[in-house]
Design a protein around this ligand. Structure first.
Ligand code: JD8
Length: 282
């Protein structure tokens, strides 16, 4: 997969030289190209921003600079790939569609991604409109909090997509086991994990994990993952597919609901969840 990143802080992406992404690049699975946006400015001050039309705080990034940069990078990519392929343009923004594991799996199928992380108040909105007419241009957000720029979001997305590429993850772990991975129990959080020593500062490892009884261990891990999801992400639990809950799963969900209702008086937060066991069961 070819990945191009245009930014006024290309040095921000040094982390892509190390660990899993670094190895993926060494193996030629991931072909990452960093570009300095200011290389496409014309003035001595290398200006990339200007005041917002309509007034208001901050500055907006100029469309001409991004247009010149994106056109040049597309041309460079095509010159290298020799084909008339076009990249998928990805613009991080707090007002974008949520970036999820599902979106990561979709992007992992793409031959070429072009990321446009902005700074200031963002990029003049005509840039996405312009390229949206010529190629797939997505505005995405990595979460409901505000960053100072798009670079951190690009690091998150490149790692989330890069680890899904064939040959990147060792066989120690397959992406099929991932939380949020589509399949039997999509939207199930990871359960607790343990390693040696069996006792640490008086804290013991759950006995079942030392039993060697793989069936009981798998069952325990699933129960823990179910409880953790019910506790920490009720909105995910509410999306459990009833078909994929076996009798034991339903028992865990019901017990959780009973414990929750016992703990939480009428109308308390989470009370709404109490209802779930019924509609899960049928
Ligand atoms: C791109 C500029 C900062 C945003 C004024 C603060 C993504 N989940 C996310 N949170 N924040 C971003 C994000 C923030 C960005 C840019 C992404 C470019 N900023 C701006 C608007 C309000 N400042 C993000 N993905």
């Amino acid at each position: 997969m070819r990945v191009d990143i245009i930014s006024i802080f290309p040095e921000y992406f040094a982390p892509l030289d190390v660990s899993l992404m670094g190895k993926a690049r060494e193996r030629g699975i991931l072909d990452i190209h960093l570009h300095q946006l200011r290389d496409w400015t014309q003035d001595v001050h290398k200006t990339v921003d200007d005041t917002p039309y309509g007034g208001g705080p901050g500055m907006v990034m100029k469309p001409e600079i991004w247009g010149a940069a994106v056109d040049a990078v597309i041309g460079e990519g095509r010159a290298v790939s020799g084909e008339d392929t076009l990249p998928r343009l990805i613009v991080p923004t707090p007002s974008g569609r949520p970036f999820t594991q599902e979106v990561a799996l979709e992007y992992a199928k793409e031959p070429w991604l072009l990321f446009a992380p902005a700074r200031y108040e963002g990029i003049d909105s005509r840039v996405v409109a312009e390229y949206g007419a010529r190629l797939r241009a997505d505005e995405v957000s990595i979460g409901d909090y505000v960053l100072a720029g798009g670079e951190a979001a690009v690091l998150v997305m490149v790692e989330a997509v890069g680890r899904l590429l064939p040959g990147v993850l060792g066989n120690a772990r397959s992406v099929a086991d991932d939380s949020f991975a589509p399949g039997a129990m999509a939207n199930l959080l990871e359960g607790p994990v343990y390693t040696k020593p069996p006792v640490w500062r008086g804290h013991e490892v759950p006995e079942v994990l030392l039993s060697g009884h793989h069936g009981r261990i798998a069952r325990w891990r699933r129960d823990e993952a179910l409880r953790r999801t019910l506790e920490r992400r009720p909105e995910l639990a509410a999306r459990f597919d009833p078909e994929s809950l076996d009798k034991h799963d339903r028992r865990v969900v019901e017990e959780f609901g009973e414990r929750r209702s016992a703990a939480a008086p009428e109308g308390a937060p989470g009370a709404a969840f109490r209802e779930a066991p019924e509609d899960v069961a049928d």
